[in-house]
Design a protein. Structure first.
Length: 206
């Protein structure tokens, strides 16, 4: 058994940028194929615009919702039980807190339009569930520890059955959920690359 390490399951804005930068991109506009970028543009967005909105949403979550969630984590753990459905719990707390985030509405609108244009089932639920998971993928069964706490001690016991020690909940809504999460990360990557390019050009101007 090991002592529960100091571990934050929340990514900072910078960490989100880094992760997004490593994901594969399907956001190029192709005249012969209607890709994600084409769908977003048709909906009045662009990958960079949605990426910027996601960055703002991530910053709001990190500064407002995540600290409160951490404070409530002990009470949440007491409400959980071994037979709880990890997938049903994933994102539940995030849903309650997301109402405080100003960038939420425009992000959900864009993602829902994208999902509808892609003919993905239940676009509204898919958008909300995916955005919640993107912000907070923490396994609810172990609260991001990767293992269960030994009752009455700060020691970690057996590997969490729900996440297998990964500290993350299962990605929601199957392949459609994974596709949506990839799109979100790709948009952030696109925005980050654009910001880096503008910064580079401004530094070398003149």
């Amino acid at each position: 058994m090991t002592t529960d390490p100091t571990h934050s399951p929340y990514r900072t804005v910078e960490e989100a940028y880094t992760r997004a930068g490593t994901s594969s991109s399907n956001l190029k506009v192709d005249p012969d194929r209607r890709g994600d970028a084409d769908v977003l543009i048709a909906a009045g967005w662009s990958p960079g615009m949605l990426g910027g909105a996601l960055m703002r949403l991530r910053g709001e979550w990190d500064s407002v919702a995540a600290p409160r969630f951490r404070q409530d984590s002990t009470a949440h753990q007491r409400r959980n039980h071994p037979g709880a459905d990890a997938d049903a719990g994933a994102g539940a707390d995030a849903v309650q807190l997301l109402g405080r985030l100003r960038s939420l509405a425009q992000v959900l609108e864009a993602v829902e339009r994208w999902a509808t244009a892609k003919h993905l089932a239940d676009a509204r639920t898919l958008a909300r569930t995916s955005v919640c998971y993107w912000l907070d993928p923490t396994c609810r069964a172990c609260l991001g520890r990767g293992a269960a706490l030994v009752p009455g001690t700060p020691m970690l016991g057996r590997v969490c059955k729900a996440c297998g020690g990964s500290r993350k909940a299962r990605e929601p809504m199957g392949q459609d959920g994974r596709r949506t999460l990839n799109m979100l990360d790709d948009c952030v990557s696109r925005r980050n690359q654009s910001m880096k390019k503008r910064l580079h050009n401004s530094m070398h101007r003149g």
